[in-house]
Design a protein around this ligand. Structure first.
Ligand code: HXC
Length: 524
């Protein structure tokens, strides 16, 4: 039909279906044939796995690839290597994009970039979380500086959206070059064991530039990013597990910084409250699993851990108390006695800042022997990097409730949600030991001469034991801190859930203003 002749409605609908077919179906079959043998789903299959059935509305399906350099004569493709749109998860709106690795390796071209920016802007304006599914070779080599420009634009969008809407990245294949910085700027990054890789430069470039021979897995595999670099907050066993985790995470979060997290029916904890009365061992040198405490405090005992295999000496995660989301930060005595080091400080600081930005109350459990001493930590910057947690707690204006279960020594006492950093309600168990340092170390320092004399008389052990008992009875009991109001109450451990819930209820409408400023210069 000549272009200038009017066309009927049915002709237009046929035309639409033909275009949609070209844009979607054929490319999908090709994509599936390339992705499935690698144990990977296609961009669209991943979306289907993430969102509520039939809820996905595609935006920009007819966007046509712009540049054709190096591919003269090749057909320009619809979509340009990324699927974008909005959908619901458990009935709640999200915006999303999903890279198509089978089109130019999921690399960022001009039309690709425009689509992702559009969806980011939509999420920020609509106030809904944005989920990015990444599977990309980075900047599209054929599109040169245009591609670089879009990465910078995207970083700007991520930064502007930070603290406004939750941003979640899922890495489901290679994520190279510029593609790594979006996950780094978002709030949570999920990787998949064996198939995900995240690195600024791949092994070939590393070899040619530095001569270092390193495999892709060692350089940027999920394991390395999950437990060593800390770039990944969750390492999933496969793609389905990764998207399940994202759905679970979304259920804990508000849609934006002006909203509150969804409320669920209250559930009983998984363990009985009475168990808390016996959880702390008699010997201060014996460890216990802080998860046992959380199991008897949180609804259903559920904790969605974030960064579980990175700095496991501190636990961070989301749970619910009487149906409402809380952010939990807890020392883990089972790992390195729960000591604070650089990684633990940074992990907890980031988590605290996220909770504060999104109106999620903070619940802190303390059993910490202090900061890890030593040359390695000092040289790597424990001072400035450890300060981040002091900063994060001080800055946070959401309700903050802290429970000291056992040790709260030295800097560890101060930093772990102490009253002095602005915690609203501080509770301690009778087993709490709050002091500059543990009794053993303190006695060695304070009674050097007396112990030397006892050594000469062959009674060092008994004198030392007596001095330690005296120190414990007078210096480390929680009542010393309670007398000064640093601890609001010393409670039976079995009452913890009730007391913490009451405190959070009391603090429900908490308001606390920060002094006006452009922005902070937080330690980096
Ligand atoms: C265009 C790309 C591409 C890219 C991959 N492809 N990366 N096309 N631009 N950046 C294409 C390949 O040519 C190939 O096309 C298809 O995608 C699949 O790639 P393979 O190499 O066969 O896949 P695989 O073996 O799985 O390796 C994946 C990879 C590797 C690790 C991502 O492709 C790779 O190293 N790519 C280059 C990564 C990179 O250096 N990117 C630029 C970084 S600079 P055919 O047609 O053969 O199927 C950057 C700076 C941004 O991003 C800074 C912003 C601030």
């Amino acid at each position: 039909m000549p272009d200038n002749e009017p066309r009927g409605t049915s002709q237009r609908l046929d035309d639409l279906e033909q275009r949609r077919g070209e844009a979607v179906s054929r490319a999908d079959e090709v994509a599936a044939a390339k992705q499935h043998p690698k144990g990977k789903y296609t961009a669209r299959e991943r979306i289907e796995l993430l969102v509520d059935e039939d809820s996905f509305v595609e935006v920009g399906e007819f966007t046509l690839q712009r540049a054709t350099a190096f591919d003269a004569g090749a057909e320009r493709c619809y979509g340009d290597g990324v699927v974008t749109g909005y959908a619901t998860v458990d009935g709640r709106r999200i915006c999303l994009f999903s890279h198509d690795f089978t089109t130019y390796g999921g690399s960022m071209g001009e039309a690709f970039g425009e689509k992702v920016l559009k969806i980011m802007d939509m999420a920020t304006k609509a106030g809904c979380p944005v989920v990015g599914i990444n599977d990309s070779g980075g900047a599209r080599i054929q599109e040169g500086v245009v591609s670089l420009a879009y990465y910078a634009e995207l970083s700007r969008r991520n930064s502007r959206a930070s603290g406004v809407v939750p941003q979640i990245s899922v890495v489901m294949g290679p994520c190279a070059g510029g593609a790594v910085y979006t996950p780094a700027l978002t709030d949570f990054t999920v990787m998949v064991d064996r198939t995900s890789r995240m690195f600024v430069t791949g092994p070939d470039v590393v070899r040619s530039v530095t001569g270092e021979n390193i495999s892709a897995e060692e350089l940027g595999g999920a394991e390395v990013n999950g437990s060593v670099s800390g770039n990944a907050h969750y390492v999933a066993s496969d793609e389905v597990d990764a998207l399940d985790w994202v759905r679970t995470l979304l259920a804990f979060l508000p849609a934006n910084n002006l909203a509150v997290a969804p409320e669920y029916p209250a559930l009983e904890p998984a363990a009985s409250a009475a168990e808390l009365d016996t959880v702390v061992p008699d010997s201060p040198n014996q460890s216990y699993d802080m998860r046992r405490v959380l199991a008897a405090v949180l609804d259903d005992g559920e904790l969605l851990e974030v960064h579980a295999s990175f700095a496991p000496n501190v636990l961070c995660g989301f749970g619910r108390l009487r149906g409402r989301t809380v952010g939990v930060v807890a020392n883990q005595p089972l790992r390195q006695s729960g000591i604070m080091d650089i990684d633990a400080s940074e992990k907890a600081a980031r988590f605290v800042r996220f909770c504060d930005a999104f109106n999620i109350a903070l619940l802190t459990f303390v059993d910490v022997p202090g900061y890890l001493p030593g040359g390695e930590q000092e040289q790597r910057g424990i001072i400035r990097r450890g300060a981040k947690l002091l900063y994060a707690y001080s800055e946070a204006t959401v309700p903050k409730v802290t429970v000291v279960t056992r040790k709260a020594y030295g800097g560890g006492y101060a930093v772990m949600g102490s009253k002095h950093l602005g915690a609203d309600v501080n509770l301690a168990w009778p087993t709490a030991e709050i002091a500059v340092m543990g009794a053993e170390g303190a006695v060695e320092l304070l009674h050097r001469a007396e112990l030397a004399e006892a050594e000469t008389n062959g009674v060092r052990a008994s004198v030392r034991a007596k001095l330690i008992a005296e120190y414990r009875a007078t210096m480390t009991t929680p009542y010393v801190a309670a007398e000064r109001g640093y601890v609001d109450s010393v409670i039976r451990p079995s009452l913890t859930r009730a007391r913490v819930s009451d405190a959070l209820l009391m603090l429900e409408a908490k308001r606390e203003d920060s002094p006006p400023k452009k922005h902070s210069t937080m330690p980096l």
